[in-house]
Design a binder for this molecule. Structure first.
Ligand SMILES: Nc1ncnc2c1ncn2[C@@H]1O[C@H](COP(=O)(O)OP(=O)(O)OP(=O)(O)O)[C@@H](O)[C@H]1O
Ligand SMILES: [Mg+2]
Length: 279
């Protein structure tokens, strides 16, 4: 993955902004009678990496989807650079890019073509811009190959390239380390830190605890749809409420809290049967 500037060009296109890029206030999402997310506040500043963690069913994806505009909040607000976010189609125009858990690539298209899709409409030299992005992430040799033929780690990098080629001011990543080996996770961490160093705010939903702790400036912990802790990684990691909620076992009984405890074949996390949430 990246050995050079991760975005291969100036980030943060558009006017400089002050204050947090992403501001979530009082976010509540109900699905019928189930309250998936309740009264969540969350900020991501430019240049900051914020991770959202929590056990199965805690509401992480629901928050992520509400931020992306894929889920309509029951209550509360989501603003980017001080303005409410519109429908999903408007994300790019607001300087927001995201990667999804399923990657969402076009397997029959080449690596380059997939990345060109991420170049903002109307931008000149889409091919050259895509190629520069591929070079920045070490994918030049793959540019002409169909994405579907690549191993997962490289496909994940293509998805990241497609997001970064937009030069977002706010980058939303849903479980980017999922399915990656140790070396690829480390490289991904370098890319994320590099993106943040260029001024982009990053919101990361992730199960891989070691990765979260190494890459984040701030960690927000959800449990039963509510924020139970927020702070610097080392403080959050020591918080007994977090150990109990996130790891599902009493504080002090965890010899190594840094493993990815996702059950094999499951959708992630530990501590609670799937389908749990605020009630
Ligand atoms: N579209 C939906 N309709 C009904 N309930 C939903 C919907 N999406 C999520 N839920 C419920 O909302 C709660 C929060 O789910 P969410 O997927 O946000 O949790 P999560 O923290 O992402 O969990 P995981 O770690 O398993 O990915 C869960 O109880 C889930 O079953
Ligand atoms: Mg989820």
């Amino acid at each position: 993955m990246s050995l050079r500037s991760p975005t291969a060009g100036p980030t943060a296109e558009g006017p400089a902004e002050t204050g947090p890029r992403l501001v979530v206030r009082g976010l509540t999402v109900r699905f019928g009678g189930l309250t998936a997310v309740e009264d969540v506040d969350l900020d991501v500043a430019g240049g900051e990496v914020v991770a959202l963690i929590g056990p199965n069913g805690a509401g992480k994806t629901t928050v992520f989807n509400a931020v992306c505009g894929l889920v309509r909040p029951t209550r509360g607000t989501v603003t980017v650079d001080g303005r409410p976010l519109g429908p999903t189609a408007g994300l790019a125009g607001r300087g927001v890019a995201r990667t999804l858990q399923g990657l969402g690539l076009f397997p029959g298209l080449s690596v380059r073509e997939n990345v060109v899709v991420g170049v903002p409409r109307g931008a000149r030299d889409a091919d050259a811009r895509a190629d520069a992005q591929l070079a920045a992430l070490g994918l030049t040799a793959r540019a002409a190959q169909p994405v579907g033929a690549l191993p997962y780690a490289e496909r994940a990098t293509v998805a990241l390239a497609r997001a970064l080629v937009a030069r977002p001011r706010l980058l939303l990543l849903d479980e980017p380390a999922g399915g990656l080996g140790h070396g690829d996770v480390a490289a991904l961490g370098d890319v994320i830190r590099g993106v943040a160093a260029e001024g982009t705010g990053v919101l990361l939903v992730e199960h891989h605890v070691d990765f979260v702790m190494s890459v984040s400036d701030r960690v927000v912990v959800l449990d039963f749809g509510r924020v139970i802790a927020t702070g610097a990684p080392q403080d959050v990691r020591r918080d007994p409420r977090v150990e109990e909620a996130y790891l599902g076992i009493p504080a002090g009984a965890v010899p190594h809290a840094g493993r990815d405890r996702r059950a094999p074949g499951g959708t992630g996390g530990v501590g609670r049967p799937a389908g749990g949430g605020a009630r």
